[in-house]
Write a protein that binds this ligand. Sequence first.
Ligand code: ATR
Length: 264
Amino acid sequence: MKRYSVIGNPINHSFSPKLQNYWLRMNKIEATYDKIQLKENEIKNFIDSVKEQKIIGCNVTVPYKKTVINYLDKLSSEAEQTQSVNTIVFNRGNLVGHNTDIAGFNTAIKNLNYSMKNKKVLILGAGGVVPSIIFALKKMDVLEIIISNRTKEKAKGLNTLFSDLNVVEWGHLPDFDVIINATSLGLNNEKINLDFSKVGNNKLFYDVIYNPSETNFLKTGRELGNKTENGKLMFIYQAFEAFKIWHNIEPEVNNEILKLLEND
Ligand code: ATR
């Protein structure tokens, strides 16, 4: 049986197997997709097994989206520019790294019917998914991207990949049209220690987190009269693009899929 996997650490929370196995069944493809928790020193061996095609393809999640690049032969231009790989495929003797988080975010925003053009966007966090979000936002012609991260140096580090980023202190809330939570705060119902009370309304509050479906961040945004959206569609569409790369089929995104990703 053909085997696909997602690797990361931790990995237990990952909904990728549910989604990919559903699509495999729907498309009558004889294959399985599982999750594997790896330590950093186990990554090389794992990637070798993809090169040997014991594993046909894999997804990569936190914290290895950059690490895996060391073991790949080629990168798509988007993976190269973000230094972030979430999908690996073996193609004509080469291990190729792709970044489908960008397309995932892009499709999610398109689905919202929200125009990012000339908007001021504040991103909270500077972790693994942030380069992909910045890349997508720049293509959408936003006016300004402001980054605020607890560890300021990490936010500044993003300047090596992108020009014109404005880095502000954590705890400071500058004026914005769109605010994106790309921190892990909220996964366990934590509150973000920022004072949103003077933010006002008519903004977009976007959370990369989709489980819980409404984080405290989104709840606060909603109660202040803002538009809110969680990361569910971004997650589904990054998986959609990976499925397309491996199987050359566009899988169906339907209500059942949306339900699959609700809490276990
Ligand atoms: P990684 O940083 O390994 O890529 P991630 O889940 O992609 O992991 O990113 C976690 C993000 O949440 C980071 O931006 C992190 O901030 P630091 O860079 O300062 O670690 C942020 N984060 C996690 N816990 C936080 C907390 N208690 N307060 C503020 N930010 C937090």
